[in-house]
Ligand binder design. Structure first.
Ligand code: ADE
Length: 225
């Protein structure tokens, strides 16, 4: 999978992609991430990419020209499955959406800023708008990192233990059961006996039951039949 991210703050995106699973995916050649500085696509001599909104009102709007140029350039090189804009009024990112998008070959993510982008970009270029939650971030970079991470970890071969991504919370509409590691007892708090029993069948049943209980308690909004 190739992800092209268009941003005015490329540095924000360095950290999330240079550690852990995403870093490994990139070094294994399973994911490619290219970060593009939007200012490189403006013809303005001061590299300005925002302007006042027609009709006034507080806040600047990201201009159409540099964004259109950046996307046109990328589209002239390859086809994209989706051109995504990060926005608090987009579709809420969830696991089924991540699963679907993890099968894409090429995507663009445009990071929003200020009061947003010129609406004509949304009308004529953007194919999908994604929100990562019902709160407002200072910009779309963290959302782009979250979206990218959620997709990359699902690419076959990225996570060593193939079952690991599939056993994530939400994958089967259930949250994960509790997990424990050594020591068996700490300050008198014990690991449940069943997990030390060595009986795989009983352990699997216990885990499933715990998942059901937790889902009911914590995420009753998950509609499990
Ligand atoms: N930009 C600002 N807030 C956002 C959010 N919640 N999700 C995606 N992009 C955003």
């Amino acid at each position: 999978m190739r992800i092209d991210i268009i941003t005015i703050f490329p540095e924000i995106l360095q950290g999330p992609f240079s550690e852990s699973i995403v870093k490994r995916a990139i070094s294994k050649g399973l994911a490619e991430i290219y970060i593009h500085q939007l200012r490189d696509f403006t013809s303005d001599k001061h590299k300005k990419v925002d302007d006042y909104a027609f009709s006034g009102g507080a806040g600047m709007v990201m201009m159409i020209e540099p964004i259109a140029k950046a996307i046109d350039f990328l589209k002239s090189e390859r086809e994209y499955d989706e051109i995504i804009y990060t926005s608090p009024d987009g579709d809420l990112l969830d696991q089924p959406m991540a699963n679907k998008m993890s099968m894409y070959k090429n995507i663009i993510i445009l990071c929003g800023h200020y009061k947003g982008i010129d609406e004509r970009i949304r009308e004529h270029y953007i194919t999908k708008e994604i929100s990562i939650g019902n709160y407002v971030l200072s910009g779309g970079e963290l959302a782009a990192a979250v979206i990218s991470d959620s997709l990359i970890r699902l690419i076959p071969g990225v996570i060593g233990d193939e079952t690991s991504a599939l056993s994530d919370s939400f994958q089967n509409g259930l949250v994960s059961p509790p997990v424990y590691t050594r020591p068996r007892e700490f300050k008198g708090w014990k690991v449940p006996d069943i997990l030390l029993s060595g009986n795989d069948k009983l352990i699997d049943e216990w885990k499933f039951e715990q998942s059901l209980i937790r889902t009911k308690q914590r995420r009753p909004d998950f509609d499990n039949k």
